[in-house]
Write a protein that binds this ligand. Structure first.
Ligand code: NAD
Ligand code: ZN
Ligand code: ZN
Length: 394
């Protein structure tokens, strides 16, 4: 089959690789019909190369049609249309039963001390072949796959794999009281969807911050008060003016470790990309390599006693945090990978009607064939051609 594979920093290619097979009785094989490219894939493209081997297949936002199932997979059958969650979880362990599927004890990666395995996401997360490919082996398929109805186009459902539950959890963890203000840093797919979920779930005012004009314009068109980071010398001041002098009660960081405006972190990222793997792994696991400007901005912006909800991914083991300010402002911080299956029951009804209250139908900006995936990565990374969400069609 054809698959998008990693070959080095800023070097991904479409290769011919062996077809996946059922290896465990809990596996399924799906024929992939849509597969998103995510901001998280850009970390692999740029920073996390030390944990990837040449030839690893990327991608963690797939959906498709079931081809084959293992003996213990009884809830889905060949021909079913399914979306595959990005975290691989068993559904029956201690953490899964608590709704913490991204911590699944069955698929945790003990070698690196990390949580649940993820599709297509480095040795840190189990080095499982990903879904930007014609076919995908789905581990723990007795629990993971989400059955969706035939009829509507893939766009309606594909975001159940990651964007929707991640944005949902971001808003849930932000703990926004009815009618109050939430500010979302970063208006990529995750941030933009978080603004829509927050509106849907009763936030009074939603403020968004980014520096890409078309992303700001899209948010604005959805009723978000959009702030251009480049334009404001004193963003916290401008935001406080809008929020009775106190700042928003909740802030969501949907940026992550490649934040704009962090020159030292940018250098660390470049270095980590150039070092031999063994040394780069050491640097990542012991040093602070994150570009922290967004996270520090979130802490600065949030109201005293408010909540910062972190869905942007950070990867440094010792990234410096402003503890004095965090303690003094009495801030609550919640974070983590989305527990995908936990939120599906709440989200699914919003996808079934005609109305499309979260606007999933117009989130995709580019639908490209798998062959063009290398160009798609480059375009998405450089934010060219209005790219916000690229979905590959194998
Ligand atoms: N927690 C999870 O389960 C989970 C799931 C998916 C994605 N993520 C993470 O969420 C983050 C966003 O993902 P995405 O797909 O939307 O990616 P993206 O790269 O498209 O979006 C990031 C946005 O942040 C903006 N930005 C950069 N620096 C900024 C700053 N200092 N202030 C405000 N905005 C800034 C960028 O212009 C961009 O629009 C990534 O870190 C990704 O890894 C987390
Ligand atoms: Zn993703
Ligand atoms: Zn589990």
């Amino acid at each position: 089959m054809k698959a998008l594979t990693w070959h080095g920093n800023h070097d991904v290619r479409v290769d011919t690789v062996p077809d996946p097979k059922v290896e465990q009785p809990t596996d399924a094989i799906i024929k992939v019909t849509s597969s998103g490219i995510c901001g998280s894939d850009l970390h692999l493209y740029e920073v996390l190369g030390a944990f990837i081997d040449e030839g690893d297949i990327l991608g963690h936002e797939p959906m498709g049609i079931v081809e084959e199932v293992g003996a213990e997979v009884t809830d889905i059958a060949p021909g079913d249309r399914v979306v595959i969650p990005f975290n691989i979880s068993c559904g029956h362990c201690y953490t899964c039963e608590k709704g913490l599927q991204s911590q699944c004890e069955t698929t945790q990666v003990h070698e690196y001390g990390t949580g649940a395995s993820l599709l297509g996401y480095t040795k840190l997360y189990g080095q499982v072949a990903g879904g930007q490919a014609e076919y995908l082996r789905v581990p723990q398929a007795q629990y993971g796959p989400i059955k969706v109805p035939d009829g509507p186009p893939d766009d309606r459902f594909v975001y159940l794999s990651d964007v929707l539950p991640t944005a949902w959890q971001a808003v849930e963890y932000a703990n926004v009281p009815e009618g109050e203000t939430v500010l979302v840093l970063g208006l990529g797919p995750i941030g933009e969807m978080a603004t829509r979920v927050a509106q849907h779930r009763g936030a009074g005012r939603v403020i968004g911050v980014d520096l890409v004009p078309e992303r700001l314009a899209r948010a604005q068109a959805h009723g978000v008060d959009a702030f251009d980071l480049e334009y404001h010398d004193d963003l916290p001041g401008a935001v406080r003016e809008l929020t009775g002098g106190r700042g928003p009660i909740s802030v969501i960081d949907a940026v992550g470790m490649e934040a704009h405006g962090a020159p030292i972190g940018r250098m660390a990222h470049k270095l980590a990309g150039l070092l031999p793997d063994a040394i780069a792994q050491q640097v990542m696991q012991t040093a602070g390599i994150d570009r922290l400007s967004a996270l520090h901005m979130a802490i600065e912006l949030v109201q005293r006693g408010g909540t910062v909800s972190l869905s942007g991914v950070y990867g440094g083991a010792a990234s410096p945090m402003p503890l004095l300010q965090m303690f003094d402002k009495q801030i609550t911080v919640r974070m983590g990978q989305a527990n995908v299956k936990r939120w599906i029951e709440e989200i699914m009804p919003l996808l079934s009607g005609e109305e499309d209250p979260l606007g999933v139908d117009d989130l995709t900006t580019h639908r490209w064939p798998l062959e063009k995936a290398p160009e798609a990565y480059s375009m998405f990374q450089k934010k060219e051609d209005g790219a916000i969400k690229v979905v590959l069609k194998p």
